[in-house]
Design a protein. Sequence first.
Length: 685
Amino acid sequence: MHSRLGRRSLIVTTATSLVAAFGAVLAPSAAAADGPNLSYVVNAVGKAQTTDAAAAVTEAGGQVMASYAQIGVVIARSTDPAFAEKVKSVAHGAAVHSAGATRTAALPAMTDETAELDAYEPDALENATRQSDMILIGARAAHEVNLGSSTVTVGVLDDGIDANHQDLAPVVDQSKSVNCVGTGAPDTTPGAWRPTSLTADYHGTHVAGTIASAKNGVGIVGVAPGVKLAAIKVVNSDGFIYPEYAICGFVWAAEHGIQVTNNSYYIDPWLYWCESQADQAAIVEAVRRAVNYTTENGILNVAAAGNENQDLANKTVDTTSPDDTKPVRRTLDPSCLNLPTELPNVVSVSSTTQPTAPANAVGPWYPGLTTQPARSSFSSFGLGAVDVAAPGSSIYSTSPSTGVASYRTLSGTSMASPHVAGVAALLVSKHPGATPDYIAELLRKQAIPLACPTSGTDYTQGRCKVDPNNPNVNGFFGYGLVNAYKAVTEDEDVTPPTVKVTGVAQGEQITLGQPVTPGCSTTDGSSGVAASATLSVTGGPSVGYFTATCSGARDRAGNKAAPVSVTYQVVYDWRTFGAPVSADKVNVVKAGSAVPVKFGLGGDQGLGILAAGFPKLRATTCDTSAQQEVAVETVTAGASTLTYDPVSKQYQYVWKTDKSLAKTCGRLEVTLVDGTTHSANFLFN
């Protein structure tokens, strides 16, 4: 893990074409010029207030450099030392939640982050036999099962990737790569995401090689050689990763089809950002929003725990910050966080050593195979702060080159983190659509437990704390050594959630006025429910057939449930035919007479109750054995119209029969708009 990834003299930058996707840069209304030109993060109260927060920046004399309405964050610049307070007091200041400077050193007048194509003397071409780290985590064994899917992309937030390297050219997706250095807005200029200097900016290329170097018969092989990489450049030419760069990188990843990010850095200029300080709290809030946005968009973030050999669970003093001006000694409190590794929704990785593996071993490491990996002496740690561990000492990987493939050996939690990102990519390949928290859970579950040391300084000083609730978890290694082989061979879950329509049964008939409350039930006994089914109901509007459908359910492993539907019927409260018509007997009627057909529906339901074409007479065979009712009252006048009598609460339809019906039989059918049919039998004389 590096803050400044290679020290060089400061190069100045032009902020051109960096805000094309976010609107024009807004000019300040009255910029103060009595202080250093600094970059600020301005957080809106909510996403909907982003435009007003941007207006507040202008009103306070600042300049809007980028605006991320997706998370309610505005990137601004100002020379006014009081800008962070002033932006909350202007006309649109009520839209501002918080604001803070992203650095302590003044911005340079201009910078040029164009990639250089300078020469670099490569190391000798090597092969994968030097990669004992891949044996240690079981990657070599995993490759015999699954290389990873080309539909999975890992975003490498770093100093760029040399996409011309023989091991990386097949896997870098240039369409998803971007440069976030400069103003904090994405620069999509072709190649802007490449390393600025091929001699000094080797960090991202090295990290990328560990994650996904192609299995192409030459050079090395990454943890997940079948996946793709996106170069998301967040390190400037002097090696700084300022908050606006990281924010830009996370938002870009969230919106460009990336499933995993690797973050082998901490955000400058503070090693620990303390929420007890208003300026720093604003930065924590902004970065937290950006990280949460990636999680909402299905991304698992992996980050290095740090190279400070510090207990992240018990931080006391920082003497290295701010690192862009003069560091000061400061006392830390529990609100102080290393960004991004200590944020929620980030898997934090500590570094281990690489014990020598036996010849022809494919791994992964297990007790008895060789000596247990130890915590790298530089690696930060902490119970509850570290999730898993991976090799980070003496890692051999790709390095930028100009025509001849280069490789180099580096150490750091920066080198450990990409091992975990690669395993996460294998997990996403095996469980497409799985939620980030489920992938993180599998990383922890499948890890090989590593015990605290039983001798040495770490032991005598009691630095390695064991989880009182789980003896296999400790502050040095978290849940243990990440396991690529288990990632591709275990925890298969192809069973979708079980979805049921509740509150109503298939074919159920419900009388109008009775309560009916269809709903959805979603259960999953394996990975758990990620998204419950949602209900939609069609039909009606008040009576008739309705279909309740539950759809959209998926579990945390990414399995989707098919929609489930139930059809039910809401019907009128039918009260049987009233005199003179009987539903139980054959009604004897004189052909040509008018018959009052009366029935009730439990009240006035309006006159649109009859289905089209009804009532209707259907001819039937006369049944002389059927019981007859000869006392049917008939009238000599009337029209075939429907009326409702509020006194008797009955409907009446005066049915004018035809004389031609004499000596025949028929069934009068009354079909209602609720889909029900009611009938009475007649004999005509």
